[in-house]
Design a protein around this ligand. Structure first.
Ligand code: TRP
Length: 529
């Protein structure tokens, strides 16, 4: 099959498509509001650390696995797994024992989940990571598309002249009214999924790559314009300070897990998106540099979004911890305060770009599921697109109708509380917390352990070396000193401090330990005084 597989046209195409996946609502909508709720600068600092020690190493793992196998996540794990893995069996049995213990404590919901997972792990080994990834793709897109739909709705609202407010109360009233107009929200959500499906039908090069190449530069340009606008408002420096000066006292225990979860979310890691996109790379490309570019682009875009929004929030006297409504409320008000009366036009442009960012990400989640059905179940691309998009839409509607209250879905609420004992404000939140705080970090942890210890860093680095022009083996000090190609710094003599060996140490020790520590911290087994 693999000679039939579509490929990106080159490095640029891949980097922009992957950055298109990474840069999305996570950067422009979610990052500013969770930073606002978790104390600003301190949160940003923890987030940046997570990106560097967890995000980058894991992204390189995923891309390497994808390019090596030229397969979707399930196929990739299947191809690289040893016939028998004692670690997988051990983990599987631990899950089964835990499940039985939970039965005694009458936590039936978790017990059943663990029973199923444990049996799958014993039967299929590491491939289960890929299987869970495919499911996660559907889960994330199901609620992501709700917000994607909001962006489409706000485009219409801008151009029809409905967004004329400048006050916070009017802004949030308008947002709440919109959010609770279920028929409208669902129509927009289905529209969003439909657009994703249209692009995906076109395939990898003419669909995903082509659109990313047009849309990404446009997005960046408009963000810059917005930043300039925000920074020139009187009182804007308070916003810049809020984002850039860390006050550790504002950071709660949960914030750390949120930062970690967001590092996975914003880089599209932990469910095999980058395995899938990596599988469309040909072997001549330098995946080390591509990974670095994607991570840097994504981080720059998140910081830019913060810089575009917080100065305005403070200058306009809005609350920084406004939650999910933050960009929907604040930005129109900011635009309306621009003299000249063209606020609607600016707002319209902004929401178009937000929709674009969301689209290039939405397609990447569904592509994982599609690639699975095309590679493993041998469906045609068209069939896969139609069926997966419909299933996602069906699940997504549940999020849309229970975004801020369970009123319309009382039965589901009762069922969830009875089986899992979780309290939440709606199905949307359940899906979001489940995926960002648990499934993605767990997936990422499994990928790191798999590449570091099961497949092995030796084979992974061998794959990274293809097309990387010795980059992986350059001595770090020579590189920083600008002596990379100096003959007397002949690389082969310095095996210790090379990029490859640094990455290996991260992926085997530092990254897994960091993720596990965050989990232990979350469940209360590890505390810092
Ligand atoms: N990274 C995207 C954002 O920031 C969302 C996204 C796309 C994603 N693909 C993903 C998140 C896969 C998790 C997994 O909006």
């Amino acid at each position: 099959m693999s000679e039939m597989r579509e490929h990106w046209s080159g490095s640029l195409g891949f980097v922009l498509a992957a950055a298109g996946s990474a840069v999305g609502l996570g950067n422009i909508w979610k990052f500013p509001y969770i930073a606002g709720e978790n104390g600003g600068g301190a949160f940003v600092a923890v987030y940046l650390i997570c990106i560097a020690i967890i995000g980058f190493p894991i992204m390189l793992c995923e891309i390497t696995m994808g390019r090596r196998t030229q397969k979707n996540p399930v196929g990739a794990f299947k191809a690289l797994s040893p016939r028998k893995s004692h670690l997988a069996n051990f983990i599987g049995f631990c899950m089964l024992f835990t499940a039985i213990a939970l039965l005694f404590f009458q936590h039936y919901g978790y017990a059943v989940v663990l029973l199923i997972l444990g049996s799958l792990v014993i039967r299929y080994g590491w491939t289960v990571v890929g299987i869970v990834g495919v499911f996660t793709g559907v889960i994330i897109l199901s609620y992501y598309s709700v917000v994607g739909g909001w962006t489409l709705g706000y485009i219409i609202k801008s151009f029809s002249g409905e967004l004329t407010y400048v006050k916070e109360s009017a802004a949030s009233a308008s947002f709440d009214a919109f959010k609770n107009n279920i028929g409208w929200v669902i129509t927009m959500q289905l529209g969003f999924i439909f657009l994703c499906a249209l692009i995906l039908l076109k395939g990898v090069r003419d669909g995903i790559e082509k659109w990313s190449k047009i849309l990404m530069p446009l997005l960046f340009f408009l963000l810059i314009v917005l930043i300039l606008r925000g920074l020139t408002l009187p009182g804007a420096t308070k916003g810049v300070n809020f984002m850039l000066s860390p006050k550790m006292s504002n950071l709660s225990a949960e914030s750390i897990l949120i930062a970690l979860g967001h590092a996975f979310f914003t880089l599209s890691l932990g469910m095999g998106t980058m395995i899938t996109y990596g599988s469309y790379i040909s072997r001549e490309q330098n995946i080390f540099m591509s990974t670095l570019s994607i991570v840097v682009l994504d981080t720059v875009m998140a910081i830019c979004a913060g810089l575009a929004i917080f100065p305005s929030v403070f200058a306009m006297g809005f609350k920084e911890a406004a939650g999910p409504g933050l960009v929907f409320n604040v930005l129109p008000a900011v635009f309306n305060s621009i003299p000249g009366g063209l606020g609607w036009l600016w707002a319209g442009l902004f929401f178009i770009l937000l929709a674009i960012a969301a689209l290039t990400s939405g397609i990447s989640m569904l592509e994982v599921v599609i690639a699975f059905f095309v590679d493993e179940v041998k469906w045609s691309r068209k069939k896969a697109v139609i069926i997966t998009a419909s299933a996602t839409a069906a699940l997504g509607v549940l999020s849309a109708i229970s975004i801020s209250s369970w009123n319309r879905l009382e039965w589901l609420h009762i069922a969830l509380v009875k089986t899992f004992g979780v309290e939440s404000t709606g199905f949307f939140e359940v899906m979001d917390k489940l995926s960002s705080n648990w499934l993605l970090p767990l997936g990422g942890l499994s990928i790191a352990i798999f590449v570091g210890w099961i497949w092995g860093t030796k084979k992974a680095v061998e794959e990274i070396r293809h097309g990387s022009h010795n980059f992986a083996d350059v001595h770090l000090i020579s590189l920083l000193a600008g002596l990379k190609d100096d003959p007397s710094h002949n690389n082969s003599k310095y095996h210790v401090l090379t990029l490859a060996s640094m990455w290996g140490i991260f992926i085997r020790f530092i990254t897994p330990v960091a993720v596990m520590a965050a989990f232990l911290y979350e469940i209360g087994w590890l505390t810092f005084k």
